[in-house]
Design a binder for this molecule. Structure first.
Ligand SMILES: Cc1cc2nc3c(=O)[nH]c(=O)nc-3n(C[C@H](O)[C@H](O)[C@H](O)COP(=O)(O)O)c2cc1C
Length: 415
């Protein structure tokens, strides 16, 4: 981070005082910090405090003649390596999403050609309001990096998501973005499911399927290799844990859904697990014994929760990109397209798992990427290669490819 230049925009939230600590942390790591304070930000922290800690002039006014002659707003927006908005109010996020430029902060943010990181902070209702949700979705789609707010008691005596992330966390996100060779998914959180689920019949028997977890685990590894923080929710598998990935081990579909919900918020969700559609209504608490001459027990099945559809309908917590898998033996494309709309997924990765393909449990996969834009058919590839290609496509879709390539050089697309 040493020698990097940060333009820090401080907007008018109650958490603006934490910007002072952030400036101190960044200076200690050798960054140059220039502050832009909004008028309302100036109600919470003084330019003098920021100037003392940053050891630099603090900019507040778009129409200050001296500022324009010393360093105009366009130059200010370009002189930094990274623009950081912390805290980011609902107001400034709305202005960024709408392209407004009615003060120095919003003008600089619109004029910049540099990457932008926002650390939102606001009342829980403001954060969960559909307008803020839509603004955040727009900003993420354009490649703006986000340090998500945390959950907890707020200054306004309410509880929920909306608290500014702590300054060390924001400083770490800045460091990740500024690291040489920073990866296209740096700062993103990806949730991946993998493997089968086991639905108990009794303490020793269960309903399962032939999924090995090879494809889901490879996707988790490939997303991590592109810099994402990855939570892998894995059913019972024998493949090793991918390096650098947080693994949550589960057995049943209900546990998998719980683990997925508690991993949110996530920017990306890839549901590669082969989740059992049904479970035994009442699993026996003791081993069911074979009785001489008696008929085999009848298993009454009930539907399992639909993890893909539930997370894709998670309202404000819906990941920006939701990818489901369709493993089919018949009518692959029709089933995949039906699944795409029925479950509100963004993409379905469709594969034919008929026994003669050798795909279920095998080392290779032949997939079609089904989305609203159409169907893309990939050649039969090793599951690792499918995973790398999918991860790169995800990075491109989230818009980082362009922004980061502009700044750090082209991403490696040779894989
Ligand atoms: C005491 C107080 C605390 C506030 N805290 C926040 C906050 O944490 N987040 C937020 O989005 N707005 C907050 N606001 C409202 C903003 O100050 C207001 O929307 C303002 O227009 C933001 O201007 P700016 O984005 O140009 O700085 C607060 C207002 C007051 C009076």
């Amino acid at each position: 981070m040493s020698g990097k230049r940060i333009l820090l925009v401080i907007s008018g939230g109650i958490a603006a005082f934490k910007a002072l600590e952030l400036v101190r942390l960044l200076r200690r790591q050798g960054c140059g910090v220039t502050c832009v304070l909004t008028d309302n930000g100036g109600q919470f922290v003084t330019p003098l405090s920021l100037q003392a800690l940053s050891e630099s002039k603090v900019y507040t006014d778009l129409f200050s003649l001296t500022d324009e002659s010393e360093m105009g707003h366009i130059q200010l927006s370009r002189a930094a390596d990274l623009l950081v908005v912390a805290p980011a109010t609902a107001n400034i996020l709305a202005k960024m999403a709408g392209g407004l430029a009615d003060d120095l902060a919003s003008t600089v943010l619109l004029a910049t050609d540099k990457p932008v990181l926002v650390a939102p902070a606001m009342n829980v209702r403001m954060w969960l309001h559909p307008a803020t949700r839509a603004n955040m979705a727009t900003l993420k789609q354009r490649g703006v990096h986000v340090v998500e707010p945390t959950e907890g008691a707020m200054a306004c005596n309410e509880f929920g998501p909306g608290r500014l992330a702590e300054p060390p966390e924001i400083a770490a996100a800045i460091a990740a973005l500024l690291a040489p060779g920073a990866k296209p998914l740096a700062g993103r959180h990806a949730l991946v499911t993998s493997g089968p689920t086991h639905e108990p019949i009794d303490p020793v028997r269960y309903i399962a399927n032939r999924s090995s977890g090879k494809q889901g685990h490879a996707i988790a590894a490939a997303l991590a290799a592109l810099g994402a923080r990855v939570t892998l929710v894995a059913g019972p598998v024998s493949v090793p844990d991918p390096a650098g990935v947080t693994v949550r081990r589960v057995e049943t579909a209900a546990q998998m859904l719980d683990a997925c919900q508690s991993a949110l918020p996530a920017d990306i969700a890839v549901f590669a697990a082969a989740v059992a559609d049904w479970r035994v209504e009442q699993a026996a608490t003791g081993k069911i014994k074979k009785q001489p001459g008696a008929a085999p027990p009848a298993l009454a099945l009930i539907p399992n929760p639909d993890i893909l559809a539930t997370i894709a309908a998670a309202g404000p917590l819906r990941p920006q990109l939701v990818v489901g898998f369709a493993a089919e033996t018949d009518d692959l494309m029709a089933n995949a397209q039906g699944k795409l709309t029925r479950k509100n997924a963004d993409w379905i990765v469709a594969n034919d798992v008929s026994p003669e393909t050798g795909i279920m449990g095998g080392a290779e996969n032949a997939v079609h990427i089904v989305s609203a834009a159409g169907i893309e058919t990939w050649p039969r590839l090793a599951k690792d290669d499918v995973a790398r290609r999918l991860a790169q496509r995800i990075a491109d879709a989230l818009g980082y490819g362009g922004v980061i390539a502009h700044w750090f050089g082209s991403p490696d697309t040779s894989r």
